[in-house]
Unconditional design. Structure first.
Length: 115
């Protein structure tokens, strides 16, 4: 079984920054895909950014140039650096990991961008 522990969410003013972390533990081996998704009130969950083991990144158009995803394979951890935050970035952010024969979601961390 895979456990994911997220941290780093909170309340920030527009234009501010936050860094999310997600550490994986348990029956993990050869993590391939890692990523972040978000779900705003009354909206569907959407992809924010992904990073496979190769390191090539993929971003939603709405966050390109503002968010940066990275991973530390030695620590089985994925990060999301969020800069120039906007009110429309307000959502619950979920991390995601997948490997051979398994996948898992984090419990979610609230990010609120408001003055």
């Amino acid at each position: 079984q895979v456990q994911l522990v997220e941290s780093g969410g909170g309340l920030v003013q527009p234009g501010g920054s936050l860094r999310l972390s997600c550490a994986a533990s348990g029956s993990i081996f050869s993590i391939n895909a890692m990523g972040w998704y978000r779900q705003a009130p009354r909206k569907q969950r959407e992809l924010v950014a992904t990073i496979p083991r190769s390191g090539s990144t993929n971003y939603a158009d709405s966050v390109k140039g503002r968010f940066t995803i990275s991973r530390d394979n030695a620590k089985s951890t994925v990060y999301l650096q969020m800069n120039s935050l906007k009110p429309e970035d307000t959502a619950v952010y979920y991390c995601y990991v997948a490997g051979p024969m398994y996948s898992a979601w984090g419990q979610g961390t609230q990010v609120t961008v408001s003055s």
